[in-house]
Design a protein around this ligand. Sequence first.
Ligand code: NAD
Length: 328
Amino acid sequence: MKLLVTGGAGFMGSNFIHYWLAHHPEDCIVNLDALTYAGNLENLMGLDQARYQFIQGNICDAKVVHQAMEGIDMVVHFAAETHVDRSINHSLVFIMTNAVGTQTLLEEVRKRGTQIKRFHHISTDEVFGSLALNDEKKFNEQTPYDPRSPYSASKAASDHLCRSYYHTHGLPITISNSSNNYGSPYHFPEKFIPLLIIRALHDEPLPIYGDGKHVRDWIHVEDHCRGVEAILERGRSGETYCLGGNSERANLEVAKTILQTLGKPESLIQFVEDRKGHDLRYAVDFSKAKQELGWEPRHSFEDGIKQTIEWYKSHAEWWKPLLEKAKL
Ligand SMILES: NC(=O)c1ccc[n+]([C@@H]2O[C@H](COP(=O)([O-])OP(=O)(O)OC[C@H]3O[C@@H](n4cnc5c(N)ncnc54)[C@H](O)[C@@H]3O)[C@@H](O)[C@H]2O)c1
């Protein structure tokens, strides 16, 4: 089997490539990535070059996409602009990559008739909007879309495009909406958990938006890789699967855990002006994936965060060169 992975030089895509090649020794992967500020070829070191090919290119470029899909059996689509804070003031590139880029890939799949056996689209729980704090309610596959940032609106557009190509053209589409990924290796230093770890390691203030009560449902990136694998192997075409980490944590709690683990004082916590339109809470009900695919997360947040902190402590050579790029 030959897979095309888009965005494979980013955090989740690179983890997926390592995971897939390690668990599927017969398979080959082509990685199509534009190498934006978030893409890093260092994330792909040590791969078996006989089974891995890299193409630098933009998913909005129909010619490059055409070349990249030559001989491909399945597409796993990670490429996206992903940072909510950047989307607030620079939304156009989000629309281009996330919506137009997805449409460009879908068109190429459509033109290839029955060649592509599956197009799996990686999406986010943020398309569902925001939940109330201290509530039992979680997002699931039936939750109506209510995106509230330019990032989540562009991801919602890409989800709708995928479904439209399933209904209109009968393309073999699956979608996963997952909660916030974390874990090591390779989480870009602009994102919440690596940012806090690196700040704490430097004894610098840890910026926390608003009152720090905003809740995210953290899923370990390896559990996410296993979830996507389960969908590719056992998921049904036309279906959406929600993947969650069973680990709801308030941002302030995460900051305190990081400081405690590193033996640093809580006085490093610095509350800063809240993000515009900041969603209060995300939480994902993954019972459909559990029942249909036999998937559930295996990593506890307690172990996962410790392992992540250890990785950042011992891999400064990976993240130090990225700090300038990580500035907004
Ligand atoms: N990180 C999360 O917590 C999370 C949660 C749920 C869903 N997702 C989704 O998972 C996917 C991967 O997220 P991530 O955190 O690994 O992102 P990332 O920002 O670390 O990586 C994105 C990758 O896409 C590439 N890319 C960007 N624009 C491109 C373009 N036009 N053409 C080709 N390549 C391009 C970048 O170079 C980079 O390598 C995204 O679709 C994101 O929306 C992320």
